[in-house]
Design a protein around this ligand. Structure first.
Ligand SMILES: Cc1ccc([C@@H]2N[C@@H](C)[C@@H](O)[C@H]2O)cc1
Length: 451
């Protein structure tokens, strides 16, 4: 054990209302929007395959040229209420939007820079409109903020000289000022999602990120912060040098999920953020470049995250004009239709304390001790679902969520192991079987107490 002075601040897992709400939300919408949405991955007629929000670097564009995009940013089709209604219909309970990505352009009128929405043809407080519209639909909003800032003259990747150190001190003050400004301007936001914190400059400033997290949480009670914000004084990130998670949830699952059988991951709160193409966060004009995930794939990811106590943050990249491409609109509808019928297996649900089995994923509502959800993705060819529960568990009845008054046939195999027969399931979509137990699934809740 090392002596870590600048590691974890808030003892985990948090059981306060703000964190319980974060945990019960489960499904969120990520929005990546900035100047990069204008060129959309294409520059001087050439299409760049790398992530569209990195076009400045992949096309070797000078900062001056890139930053001049500011004077073209005029999303005439932006309608925050329409966005919020689409998000609501999709079934998300929270949304995380880029306030400032690596390019440094701010979607809110910041008093600490002119490289912001105020100095564009649009001019209005776009971020404020977004937050108001999403909150009006009952959707919590958290703010993505990139510490890495390609525009700011004081940004340094590494601190090699006294001059670097002095410049980075100014950058740290700028960062703190902008974050306090965001919390001042938008008091209803629930969280901060930090990115761009992997460089040496930030790893050398563990004490600063410790004191910053402390200050932000004092200013904004209940604030939920991702582990990506932090480094400890030895440069250890996400987890301190003794392996203790920093921030409030683990945010290392970017475009990847844990192994579905991994139960270690269930011990912390965590979130997976995911793109619909293979690797585009910002709007890219050409979606033929890679595989585009289907609603079924994305629903399975959401269900897997829930089954392992994680949240799923699905990314959308609005165009430079402020609307969504048709593929995203279609996916939002398809996912929303599934959520309309099955969200009871997602919202306020988590790890059921049971091993994953071949037909799909167990989830369990955090407020129920005797009801377990089976979310089915793979129908057994004989229509018999083998379920292995905790020893001593006795099934009182099992039924399709879609047909609650028709009990399914059960056959007990051994202590806590059954076949559930569901032969006539017509749907082509994933579906839910509900198991109601005779007795308290005490082992699971005992496990919960230990975590
Ligand atoms: C190498 C790399 C750096 C930054 C990223 C950013 N993190 C995601 C959450 C997006 O914001 C992406 O631009 C992705 C890959």
């Amino acid at each position: 054990e090392k002596e870590v002075k600048y590691g974890q601040i808030t003892e985990l897992p948090r059981q306060d209302d703000a964190m319980k709400k974060w945990r019960s939300n489960r499904f969120g919408q990520f929005i990546h929007w900035g100047l990069y949405a204008i060129p959309g991955g294409v520059w001087k007629g050439k299409t760049y395959e790398y992530a569209a929000e990195f076009l400045k670097s992949s096309a070797g564009i000078s900062t001056a040229t890139w930053d001049s995009l500011q004077y073209q940013f005029n999303p005439i089709k932006f309608n925050a209420m329409a966005w919020a209604k689409m998000a609501k219909a999709m079934g998300v309970k929270y949304a995380t939007i880029t306030t400032k990505h690596h390019e440094g352009f701010c979607l809110w009128p910041s008093e600490y820079t002119d490289f912001d929405i105020e100095n564009t043809p649009y001019g209005k407080d776009l971020l404020g409109e977004f937050i108001e519209a999403y909150n009006a639909e009952g959707i919590d909003v958290s703010l993505y903020y990139s510490v890495l800032d390609w525009h700011h003259p004081d940004w340094r990747y590494k601190l090699n000289s006294e001059e670097d150190k002095e410049a980075f001190e100014r950058l740290k003050i700028f960062t703190k000022n902008q974050l306090l400004e965001l919390l001042d301007r938008y008091p209803t936001v629930k969280g901060l999602w930090f990115d761009g914190t992997w460089d040496q400059c930030w790893k050398d400033n563990g004490q600063f990120s410790y004191e910053l997290e402390k200050k932000l949480k004092e200013k904004h009670p209940g604030l939920v912060v991702n582990s990506r914000m932090r480094a400890d004084e030895y440069g250890s990130r996400h987890f301190d040098s003794n392996g203790v998670l920093m921030g409030d949830y683990e945010s290392g699952y970017e475009r990847r999920l844990p192994n579905p059988w991994d139960i270690e991951v269930t011990k912390n709160d965590w979130e997976c953020c995911m793109t619909i193409p293979e690797n585009q966060w910002g709007y890219h004009k050409d979606w033929t470049l890679t595989h585009i995930k289907t609603a079924n794939e994305l629903i399975e990811m959401l269900v897997q995250c829930t089954s392992q106590n994680g949240n799923f943050l699905l990314n959308f990249g609005p165009t430079g004009e402020g609307d969504f491409r048709e593929e995203e609109v279609k996916l939002a509808k398809e996912i929303g239709d599934w959520m309309d019928d099955n969200s009871s297996a997602i919202y306020n649900c988590g790890y059921a304390g049971l091993k994953k089995q071949g037909w799909g994923y167990f989830t369990q509502n955090n407020d129920s001790e005797t009801t377990i959800n089976m979310v089915v993705f793979n129908k057994p060819i004989n229509g018999k679902y083998r379920v292995k529960l905790n020893k001593g568990s006795v099934i009182k009845k099992a039924y399709l969520l879609s047909k609650p008054d028709k009990a399914l046939d059960l056959e007990e195999i051994s202590n806590g192991e059954y076949f559930i027969e569901a032969k006539k399931v017509k749907t082509k979509d994933p579906f839910v079987i509900i198991i109601e137990l005779e007795n308290k699934d005490s082992k699971k809740f005992h496990q919960k107490a230990l975590t």
